[in-house]
Design a protein around this ligand. Structure first.
Ligand code: NI
Length: 220
């Protein structure tokens, strides 16, 4: 399941990140240092560091983890790793699969949080490669795409402008993508029923089903 989540960061938070880059609080270096051997060969982008980076990453991580749609879809135990990356013209990240373990922690879901409006740069789509075709994703600034870490994917070459994004990985309480999707569907159905003011006893029964599926499937 691919999920687009809008407005994870607001305009003020995004402007603050751009200002830190302009003022030198964030600097960028060759990103291939943070890739494994298989990804290193195809990774051509820049990775952020600098005094302001930790604060920015912490704020973004908090906003992501607090987002109800993200919580419902990911069942996150923790964010395993979060990075800020930039692609200038000529940069791309060829087809690769992300590491299954990072620092000894399993990665279940990946996300890209876009930080530039799509009309300010050409190219730079995240392309998720599926057996039934490719999915090209390029979202408004502040929006996030969540996708299974199991996939082959690439970032198309940027041909003009700059692509700026926060990327990261999630350890979910639910290992199986199918089970995670079932819980997400159930959560959405319960939310809709709540809004429709259905009988409380029906909701209680469904909440029991949800809690016990989670209890059965969760790896804590
Ligand atoms: Ni990747």
């Amino acid at each position: 399941m691919l999920l687009n989540i809008a407005n994870v960061l607001d305009a003020a938070a995004i402007t603050a990140i751009h200002n830190e880059i302009k003022s030198g609080g964030i600097v960028f270096t060759d990103g291939s240092a943070t890739a494994g051997w298989q990804a290193k060969a195809v990774k051509k982008n820049e990775q952020a560091s600098g005094a302001a980076l930790d604060g920015i990453i912490q704020k973004a991580a908090a906003a992501i983890l607090a987002h109800p749609l993200f919580r419902a879809a990911a069942n996150p135990k923790q964010l395993v790793k979060v990075m800020l990356s930039r692609y200038k013209p000529g940069m791309a990240y060829g087809t690769h699969v992300d590491n299954a373990l990072m620092g000894g922690i399993r990665t279940d879901l990946s996300f890209t949080l876009f930080l530039k409006e799509p009309d300010t740069y050409e190219g730079g789509a995240l392309v998720i490669e599926g057996n039934d075709g490719d999915n090209e994703i390029k979202l408004p600034a502040g929006s996030l795409v969540l996708y299974p870490t199991t996939t082959l994917h690439h970032v198309a070459e940027v041909t003009s402008g700059e692509r700026l994004a926060i990327v990261g990985w999630v350890r979910s309480y639910i290992r199986s993508h199918e089970d995670r999707e079932t819980l997400f569907d159930l959560e959405n159905a319960i939310s809709s029923l709540r809004l429709a003011n259905v009988d409380r006893a029906i909701l209680d029964r469904l909440l029991k089903v949800k809690a016990n599926l989670l209890r059965g499937w969760a790896e804590d």
